[in-house]
Write a protein that binds this ligand. Sequence first.
Ligand code: CAA
Length: 269
Amino acid sequence: MSIKTNFETLTFEVENNIGVITVNRPESLNALSEQVHTELNVLLKDIMKNNADYSVAKGLILTGAGDKAFIAGADIKGMTTMSAADAEKFARLGQENTLLFESLNVPVIACVNGYALGGGCEMAMACDFIFASKTAVFGQPEVKLGLLPGFGGSQRLSKLVGRNRAKEIIYSGRNVKIDEAKEIGLVVTVFENKEELLTGAKTYLTRMMANSPLAIYESKRVMNEGNDLTVKDGLDVEARAFGNIFNSQDMKEGTKAFVEKRAPNFLGK
Ligand code: CAA
């Protein structure tokens, strides 16, 4: 693998085609400093550049180091000295990283153990979906600090749980514990503890890899693009993608394998 993996605030490890990005500042509950976002930006762009042929990874996991937190938010200490211009720049960098997660050509699962507050909840929501352990606690507590969400929470939470529930959560700044997070659709699957969470996510991604990586990516792309469109315009994006995929080897292989009653061998192109 030719991509940079040595960072001060992150680790990136790939095993069996699954890349695990770990925010590694457990002493600060993995709070998102400017350095974390800068390093994450380098890593995500590097993965995008090198993974067109899926040689880096076919699936990714985003998680946090230690037992207490996924990510406890943007780094509050770092924000105390920011000017308005610095803060906008910081928000735009964090937002760019959320968009990079959405643009990656593979599924990204957020594995949330412990606190996913503020910027932590926002990074998790930028992943394709969230798996969590029973200790997970979500929330957008920014208003308690005199702030508002800055890495996409004011936009994505509404799309995930509905506008009224999102407003209630953001205005109150309250914690959303695991049972509620599952009930409102923020979390897809709950695991007993962190170890089972990571193993479960890896097993899930491994099973998914039997499917066409290209078809998964096209599904992801069309669904994310459609999120900002009317149903009519979204249907147009879908129809064009559906037509285009008939030019792919994976489509020919998948349908042929079905007819020949054998397992397909997908190449992702
Ligand atoms: N930024 C910087 N440091 C943080 C942090 C954060 N978001 N969250 C925790 N830490 C640090 C604490 O300061 C503490 O460090 P010290 O030992 O050096 O004091 C260490 O992590 C451990 O934290 P606690 O002692 O507070 O642990 P706890 O178990 O008592 O409480 C907690 C855990 C409830 C998560 C609490 O730490 C907390 O409330 N953290 C802040 C959560 C928050 O408000 N997040 C939103 C940030 S704003 C934001 O994210 C804006 C945006 O959208 C861009």
